[in-house]
Each structure stands twice: as C-alpha cells, then as structure tokens.
Design a protein around this ligand. Structure first.
Ligand code: UD1
Ligand code: CA
Length: 453
C-alpha cells in the first residue's frame, strides 16, 4: 500500500438478541478467538492506522476485548441504536481527524480478510469517494441490494424498502465500505431516516455520493468472506468456513493431516515443518507445535507449546501453560497443566502433571500424580533431570525430587528427595518391607535407572 493513512470503524453496538446469550454477540468465538478479534486482525494496522470500535452502552466487556487487542483503539459508545449511519457518527471525533481512508466494518462479520480491506482502499487512491464491498448472495433475502446502472453503483436499497424487482437482485451489500476520509463526515451527516424502519442507514451514502457528482464503486468478493453472524446456526457455519481455511493453510504450510476434516485448529495455532496431526484432535488458542512433532489421535491441547520431535497422545490433554521440550513424550491418558517438561522427558501413561517442572530426560511412570492442590492453594513439584519416578506414585506438593533420584513404585512422597537418592515411602497397607508401620527409606543408589521407551 502507499503511505495513505486509514481509520477503521468497527460497528459492534448490536444487542445480538438472536444469539440468545448473556454474552455480547461480537464476543462469541470462532476458531478460539472472538468475532471482534477476527475483524480487528484483518483491519489495517501499524503506522498511519487508527481504529475505533462502536459499542452499546453497558458493553464494557466488548471495550475491554477491543483494548486488549488494540490498545490504541478508541471506544465510542452509541447511546441508542438508531441505525448503521448513526453508529458510525458515534466515532465523529475520530472521523473529523481526517485519515486518507475511512473503513467501516461490522463486528459480526469475522471472515473478512486483510486483503479485502486493501482491495477496497485501492479505488480511493484513484479518486473514488466510496467503495462498497459486494457479493452475489445465494439467497439475498435480508441484505441491502446494490443498484447498478451502466456499470455504475447508484444506490443501495434495504430489503424492507425494496420493490419486488429490486428484491430479485442478487448482488448484495456486504456491509464493509471505504470512504474518502476527508469527504466522509459531510456525506454521512447528510443521511436521513426517511425509510420504513426510521433508521439512519449507512447504505444511503451511495445515493448521496452520486448526487454530489462523486464516484461510488463496487468491489466484489465471495459470500463466504462476508457471512454476517446473527444466530448460533450462522456462528457454526462461520466456524466451518474458518476451520476449512485454517486446515488448508496448515496443509499448505507442510503439516500432515490424515483426516483434516476431523482436526480443529485455532486461528493463532503455529506450526513448524513436518508436523503430523492424526485424526480427531482439538487445538484451542495459544498453541505452537515445532518441527517434526506428532500429535496422535484424540488429543485436546490449549495454550501450550510443543517442542521439536515431541510426541503427544493418543488421548492426551494439555491444559494451559504446558511446555513440552524437544523429543519429550506424553502418552495416553496423561493430563498436564502449568508445567514445563524439558527435552526428552517421558510421561507415557495415565498421569497428571500439574504446576511442575520436570528436568530433562526424567521418566515418569504410569499412574503418577503431582498432588498440586491441598484444598487451599496450588503447590509446585520439582523433578530433577534424569529422575525416575516408579509407577503409581503420588508426589505431594510442594515437593522436590532431586536430579537422578529414583522413586519406588507406589510411593506417596511427602518430603524432598535429594539428588541421586533412592526413595520409597509407602502407607502401611501397601508396604511390603516395613510391616504394619509406614515405611520410608532414602538411600544412595548405585546404578542410574534407564529411561523406558
Ligand atoms: C446491514 C446493511 C445491509 C447489508 C447487511 C450485511 C445497513 C442499513 N444495512 O444490514 O445493506 O446487506 O448489513 O450484513 O447498513 N449496528 C450498530 N448500531 C446500530 C445499528 C447497527 O452498531 O444502530 C451494528 C450492528 O451491531 C452490526 C452492524 O452494525 O454489527 C450491522 O447492523 P445490522 O442491524 O445487523 O444490519 P443488517 O440489517 O444486517
Ligand atoms: Ca446483520
């Protein structure tokens, strides 16, 4: 793009009644991110850009989400919903600053791409006063129709005000527009509410531009990109479109997926080279997967990083804050949370590793639990590099297992174990060695244990 400045106004004051939800519409998620986040990700950013989000009164959560994503965003509250033109004027101050390009987008249209915003800006550079994003609707009902005469856009007619002949038009208004930023305010201020709904329609800007002898143009795009979301059926449809896009992008980037249609990705998932994802895997927000890692079937992974050549699952659950080092392995029915597992660590079966740091090449046997919660607070478990934890151990945090230490199976470890020590701590019921008394033994051990496969 040339050095033109851009202000983007995102309209998000709608109640979203048809979502039947306590959550404002634009905060519902698609591919692990809010609808608003998707729109803001596509909007022009960086030098020379600014952003305003129009919210309804009492929509503090929408304002917070906008600020989280774009700390520079201006939040403009539309006191009363009186139409899309009225909503745009809630950002009057920002418009008056006169960016070269003024872009208007809807917060409930999450599939819009950055490239489309740029395509809409291009005609402005060539002197058009207004560019409208249009699409051919399979079913145009409900959309504003684009009235074109001699290849020129002359007006937009809303469904409620359209004649039967106009209703037959399938070229529709997507809702995204780009104005010449210096002319925009005077154009939008001329919009009245003489229509069947008594609303101020932004779409009337087209006829005004024409009356002023200025040029309005249509830029066309596919319907999938401009699906507006009004209910949860449309939310699910948008999810489908987005997932198809994300899977295709992942495949093109070199990820192997045997059955991509069964893999759910988040918009921010990142992949290295030669990653393999087996069928039926769900990846939530904040996940990175490095080169050569394999995610076996039926895993659920959120806010975690997976190192090079690491192996996950089948049937593993990685909860937020898990970091898996190079070549590390977590196997079936293993749950992790808030834990770092360094390179080469193995947790092959049936374990819970929470709030733990596990040093390189440690081996955690089947059924091991880090007892991180004592009913009052969360406590940390530290397991040193090369340690060997036998099967069915409970590590009662806070506790530290030294480097190279060896923990006998069935132990309930309540006290720290020094480096290279061998520890067995069993309750009377499971104790073979100590008769009726609780058994605890720590001794220096000879040969270091071998890691299992
Ligand atoms: C609008 C367009 C229509 C287009 C369709 C595409 C107008 C008048 N109509 O119709 O031509 O085909 O989108 O989906 O622009 N909003 C506010 N404040 C308001 C009114 C709306 O913030 O007072 C916001 C809504 O939250 C929503 C967006 O503007 O994000 C569009 O409003 P909506 O009522 O959904 O317009 P449509 O009837 O769908
Ligand atoms: Ca709508």
């Amino acid at each position: 793009m040339t050095g033109r400045t851009a202000l983007t106004i995102v309209l998000a004051a709608g109640e979203g009644t048809r979502m039947r939800s306590a959550t404002p519409k634009v905060l519902h998620p698609v591919a692990g991110q809010t609808l608003l986040a998707h729109v803001l990700a596509a909007a022009p950013k960086g030098n020379g850009t600014s952003l305003a989000v129009v919210t309804g009164p009492g929509h503090r959560a929408v304002a917070e989400e906008a600020k989280r994503l774009r700390p520079d965003a201006a939040i403009c509250v539309q006191g009363e919903r009186m139409g899309t033109a009225h909503a745009v004027l809630a950002a009057r101050e920002a418009i008056a600053r006169g960016a070269d390009d003024l872009l208007i987008a809807f917060g409930d249209t999450p599939l819009i791409s950055a490239a489309t915003f740029e395509r809409l800006r291009a005609p402005l550079e060539k002197g058009a006063a207004l560019a409208v994003l249009g699409f051919r609707a399979a079913d145009p009902t409900g959309y504003g129709r684009l009235l074109v005469e001699d290849n020129r856009l002359v007006a937009i007619r809303e469904q409620a005000d359209a004649s039967p002949a106009e209703r037959a038009i399938t070229l529709c208004n997507a809702g995204v527009m780009a104005f010449d930023g210096r002319k925009a305010l005077s154009i939008i201020e001329k919009i009245g509410n003489a229509n069947s709904k008594r609303e101020y329609y932004l779409t009337d800007a087209v006829a005004i531009v024409r009356d002023l002898g200025l040029e309005a143009v249509v830029i066309e795009t596919g319907e999938d990109e401009v699906r507006g979301i009004n209910n949860r059926v449309q939310l699910a449809e948008a999810e489908q479109v987005m997932q198809a896009r994300l899977r295709k992008a992942a495949l093109e980037a070199g990820v192997t997926m045997i059955a991509p249609e069964t893999v759910y990705l988040a918009a921010d998932t990142t992949f290295g080279k030669d990653v393999t994802i087996e069928p039926f895997v769900v990846i939530g927000p904040g996940v990175s997967i490095a080169d050569g890692a394999v995610i076996h079937s039926f895993c659920h992974i959120v806010q975690s990083s997976i190192g090079k050549n690491a192996l996950v699952g089948p049937f593993a659950r990685m909860r937020p804050g898990t970091s898996l080092g190079e070549g590390a392995k977590i196997g079936n029915f293993v749950e992790t949370k808030g834990s770092t597992l360094e390179a080469g660590v193995k947790v092959n079966h049936l374990s819970y590793v929470g709030d733990a740091h596990v040093g390189a090449n440690a081996n955690i046997g089947a059924g091991t639990i880090t007892c991180n919660y004592d009913g009052f607070g969360k406590n940390k478990t530290e397991i040193g590099a090369g340690a060997f934890i036998g099967t069915n151990c409970s590590l009662v945090a806070p506790v530290k297992i030294g480097k190279g230490a060896y923990i006998g199976s069935g132990s309930v470890i309540t006290r720290d174990v020094p480096d290279d020590a061998m520890a067995v701590e069993r309750s009377p019921q499971t104790n073979r060695e100590g008769g009726a008394k609780r058994y605890r033994e720590i001794k220096t051990r000879g040969k270091p244990p071998k890691s299992s496969d």
